[in-house]
Each structure stands twice: as C-alpha cells, then as structure tokens.
Design a protein around this ligand. Structure first.
Ligand SMILES: Nc1nc2c(ncn2[C@@H]2O[C@H](COP(=O)(O)OP(=O)(O)OP(=O)(O)O)[C@@H](O)[C@H]2O)c(=O)[nH]1
Length: 404
C-alpha cells in the first residue's frame, strides 16, 4: 500500500510530461479498475469494498460530468466543495457500518436510503443555494493561496476520517488489510481532489485506490481460505499446501486436547473455545516448525528438515506450556464474591517421520495419529514417537494432573 501510494504521488509529478493520448486514456482507467474490483467484491459477497468503489465511481463521474477540475461558476465551486466533503464521510461510513454481504435486502434498502438522502441534500443545496451553507462549505483554509485548494469543511472531514480510521486500526487486532486500504484511500483522495486541476491526476489516483481495494479483497479471500476463524492459526488447507513443498526429511506431530468432550460438557462450549484459542496460541510459539489447526480439538505441527528425536524437546516444552496455562471460568453470578475458578488442560501428541512404509505426508500423518492414539491409551499428557519396527518411545508426563 505504501509502495502504491508512493507510485501515485511520484507519477503525479511525472504526469505533467505525459503525452495527451495517455492523459485522455487515463480518464477511462478508473471505470475499468472499479468495474473489475466491484465484480470481485460482489462475487465474494463483500458490501463494504463495493460501497467504497461506488463512492469513487460517483466522484469520478461527477467530476467529469460537471468539469469540476476547473470550476468557473459558483455552482461548480459548490459542487466541488460538496463532493470533497462527502467522499471522506462516505468512506468512513462504509468502513464503520457492519459487513452484511451484498444479498441482505433490508440492509441494501438502508444503504440506498443513506445514499438517497445525500443525493437529495446535494440537489437541494445546488438548487436553493442557501447562502450560509454555501459560505460554510466553500470557505477556503487560506484565502488566495495556490497550493491548498480543499475547502475548510472538506479538510476537516478528511482529518476526522483519517483520525477515526487510524484509531480503528490501532484498536483492531484481527485482519486489517481492508482498514489500511481505507486509510490510504482517504489520504490519497484528499491529495487528488486538492490537485484535481492537474489533468488526469484524479483519474490516476482513483485507479490506484480501486486497485488497492482489489488487492485487499484478494488478501482477505486468501486469509479466509487459509486461516482458522476461531483460533487465527493456519487451517487444514494451509497444511495440505505446505505438504507440496516438503523435502524428504521432516517430522509431523498430531496434537489433541485430553478429555475435551468432558471439558465442554462441564464448562460449556464458550469456555471450550477459549481453551482452543489458548492451546493454539501456545502451539504457535513453536520453534523450528509451524502450527496448524487440523480440525475440532486436533492440531498439527510440521517441522521441515527435522527428525522426531530433534523435535522431541520442543514438543515436550509445548506440552508443559499448555499444562501450565490457566483458564479462568468467570462466575455466572456477577454479584458473587467468590474468586473465579481456574482450570487447566493437557495435550497428547504423536509424532512421526517418513520411512519405507510411510512415504506420503498423508501416510506420515496417519502414522503420527497412531502415536497419538498410543499416548491417549497410555495415560495422556505425553508425547509418543511412532516407530516402524522398534517399540515406541514415550516421554512421560511430569506435570500436575488436570483440575478440569
Ligand atoms: N468448544 C469447542 N468444542 C469443540 C470444537 N470442535 C470440536 N469440539 C469438541 O471436541 C470434543 C472432542 O471430543 P472427543 O473426540 O470425543 O475426545 P476427548 O473428549 O478429547 O477425549 P480424548 O481425546 O480421548 O482425550 C467434542 O466434544 C467436540 O464437540 C470447537 O470448535 N469448539
């Protein structure tokens, strides 16, 4: 995003030397890019990016239609001030409103109502020209200067949008690519509208912003496909893909939470989810390998170029780390003065490597599962290495018994 923004600003200076044909062609580029990004947005059922793209489309179309790059009448000046005020307001609005997908009929009516109210306000202001509003909306930041063309009201709205989006970025700890794009969209569109008298610049910047939205959609789709929603860990699809790049030597461990059904039944599904997140976070600290959520309460650890003997100390460290973590069960009775109860859980692991009988990663995974099964059978809270012929080695648990 930073690179694309740098490119946008750097080219805005170089554009002064662009041949006329390029400048005429660039006027069509936002339509093409917005069309492609909007199509993907609808396809992925994402309303927020679609609304942002439509806002960019409306800005570009109205700019071209009313020739706002060179305003000569009061009407054009007011229209320019109104659009530059409404764009950051809309970008902010579309980001803050919840994502409900493109097929939610009631929500679509609500959005249409918001857009319609804005269109009516613009129409009323343009036809009635109430003096107080016109003055407030077109008031310049510094009268008579050549560099700053945005009105005072529009500058304030851009600042407010930039501030709120930055705050959201700071507070958000989930996927943030789209929020970053919104921030860059605000910054770049402020720059482009301020410099819109330069031929082709607004179209060029809007094309790049639409391209950023497209990139965010692709990043998001990739994230959704490869990440487990509950734990934030890589999911099973990511594990299957990592098999493709594996060499001949690697170790694979299957991890399972002990007595998790009983835990769920005793404390409820929400606390069960809390435990899954805690285990995932701990497993994600793995050194020399990667952690994946295989499904349910099962995880997989993959160690390229390592033998089970080499990874055994790390697996034991993770096992102990999970056993020492405490999970707090909040009191259902909020008024109760009793201290919240704490519990802990254990994990069992089976680890294997490829050998003559187990050559594909799927076969190694099954083999590791056999080790896991043995770990469960022989008392749980331990790591078992699956060995083809020799008896399996076990690392006996030394941790305290689960209080769960
Ligand atoms: N809270 C929660 N529970 C889950 C999730 N996925 C699977 N489970 C539960 O995990 C439990 C798995 O239990 P089992 O496979 O019977 O095994 P276990 O109770 O862990 O017993 P052992 O493996 O023999 O120690 C079931 O109760 C599932 O409902 C999830 O995403 N959240």
């Amino acid at each position: 995003m930073v690179l694309l923004s740098g490119l946008a600003i750097w080219q805005s200076f170089a554009m002064l030397k662009w041949p006329q044909t390029w400048l005429s062609l660039i006027e069509f580029a936002p339509y093409a890019m917005i069309f492609v990004a909007a199509f993907i947005s609808i396809w992925l059922n994402r309303m927020q990016p679609l609304l942002i793209l439509l806002s960019l489309l409306a800005l570009h179309t109205l700019f071209t239609l009313f020739n706002l790059s060179e305003p000569t009448s009061i009407g054009q000046t007011l229209m320019l001030a109104l659009l530059s005020f409404l764009l950051p307001l809309n970008l902010l609005l579309w980001l803050l409103l919840p994502e409900r997908g493109v097929q939610h009929l009631g929500y679509n009516f609500f959005i249409a109502g918001l857009v319609g109210a804005q269109a009516l306000t613009v129409y009323w202001l343009m036809t009635e020209l109430p003096l107080a509003w016109v003055e407030w909306l077109t008031l310049p930041v510094m009268a008579g200067q050549q560099i700053y063309h945005l009105s005072f009201a529009a500058s304030l709205m851009f600042l407010l949008a930039g501030f709120v989006i930055s705050l959201q970025l700071y507070l958000q700890n989930s996927l943030r690519v789209f929020t970053h794009v919104c921030l860059f969209a605000v910054l770049l569109s402020a720059f482009a509208i301020n410099q819109s008298m330069q031929p082709g610049l607004l179209a060029w910047v809007l094309t790049l912003v639409a391209f950023m939205v497209l990139l965010a959609l692709i990043f998001d789709a990739h994230h959704i496909a490869y990440t487990d929603e509950l734990t934030g860990l890589r999911g099973r699809r990511a594990l299957m893909e990592s098999f493709m790049g594996l060499g001949k030597r690697y170790s694979l461990a299957m991890v399972d939470i002990d007595h998790f059904k009983q835990f769920n039944d005793t404390y409820g599904h929400d606390i069960g989810d809390k435990v899954l997140k805690m285990v995932a976070q701990t497993l994600d600290t793995v050194q020399g390998g990667k952690a994946y959520r295989y499904g349910g309460e099962e995880f997989t650890l993959l160690f390229p170029r390592k033998t089970p003997e080499q990874v055994l100390p790390e697996l034991d460290r993770l096992r102990l780390a999970v056993a020492h973590q405490v999970v707090t069960i909040d009191n259902k009775d909020k008024k109760s003065k009793k201290a919240p109860k704490t519990v802990n859980v254990h994990i069992s692991m089976g680890v294997a490597e490829p050998d003559g009988q187990h050559q594909t990663p799927q076969q190694v995974m099954k083999f590791a599962d056999e080790g896991l099964y043995r770990a469960k059978r022989t008392g749980r809270n331990r790591v078992v290495v699956s060995k083809a012929k020799a008896a399996a080695k076990t690392s006996k648990a030394k941790t305290a018994k689960s209080k769960a």
